[in-house]
Design a protein around this ligand. Structure first.
Ligand SMILES: [Zn+2]
Length: 269
């Protein structure tokens, strides 16, 4: 790839970095990343990856922008209410960086479309807000041999880990989804808006590290933080031989539709 003068200027702060340089920036511009969910986590992830010049950004989200989203989903603006989130996100990405090719999927990530959706991408980012889909993303990426970033936020807390083939997966540590309604979702329990930005930018940094081969990924480690105390911890996670999807005798060899936890607040509205 030959950068134009405009691109050299646009990406100059990356190019100046010893660990990235022109070569790393080329890798970013050739990168293909799928972001699942254009909500609280997806917003900062997409904004930073677009600004960084990721070549192809896939976005999958079946929802439309709702007034209650705007407290944290900073890629969507007040006039976007009622618009599909993928369209609203695409419009902002194009304004930030016309270099980025945006592929939108206005649908939800399901057992039926998962493997087909991820197959063309180098890296997958989980920006969803419910457990069944998080497990589905994990299983699809493990079975499809894809690297991905898991992310979860609730109230004042965030957690994330990165999986690459042959490192611990989400199920190595969290065996299976909690029963429906055992754990509240953000729409039931609330979330401090800035938490989405804190965790989403960590996930975006992991993507850029992965694409450029820079530093040490959050593999075999779970990063957690609580914003009330501002304590950050990383806990070692070992690849688990008994893991139901990546272990020695996996029970999960194909994707099955996860039972969706019913979101009570949404049901009422
Ligand atoms: Zn596993």
């Amino acid at each position: 790839m030959n950068f134009t003068e405009e691109q050299i200027e646009r990406y100059s702060r990356h190019i100046l970095l010893q660990d990235i340089g022109v070569e790393g920036q080329e890798k970013i511009n050739n990168g293909k990343v799928l972001v699942i969910g254009a909500g609280g986590l997806g917003a900062p992830i997409l904004l930073y990856l677009a600004a960084a010049g990721v070549g192809t950004l896939g976005i999958i989200d079946g929802d439309v922008v709702d007034l209650s989203n705007l407290q944290r989903q900073v890629i969507h603006f007040t006039p976007d209410i009622g618009k599909p989130k993928v369209e609203s996100a695409k419009e902002k990405i194009k304004q930030i960086n016309p270099d980025v090719k945006v592929v939108t999927h206005h649908e939800f990530f399901t057992a039926d479309n998962a493997l087909e959706l991820i197959k063309d991408y180098d890296f997958i980012v989980d920006g969803t807000d419910n457990f069944p889909v998080k497990f589905l993303i994990n299983d699809a990426c493990v079975l499809g041999g894809k690297a991905f970033s898991h992310g979860g936020i609730l109230r004042f807390d965030g957690q994330t880990l990165t999986h690459t083939p042959n490192t611990a997966c989400y199920r190595c540590s969290f065996h299976s989804p909690p029963p429906p309604n055992a754990v509240p979702t953000c729409s039931q329990a609330g979330v401090l808006g800035a938490i989405a930005g804190m965790l989403g930018t960590i996930q975006a940094a992991e993507v850029l590290k992965f694409l450029t081969g820079t530093g040490e990924l959050l593999t075999n480690r779970l990063l957690t933080f609580n914003a009330k105390t501002m304590n950050f911890r990383t806990v070692k996670i070992n690849k688990n031989g008994k893991c139901p999807v990546c272990g020695n005798h996996p029970e999960i060899t194909e994707l099955v539709e996860a039972q969706q936890a019913v979101c009570e607040l949404k049901k009422k509205s």
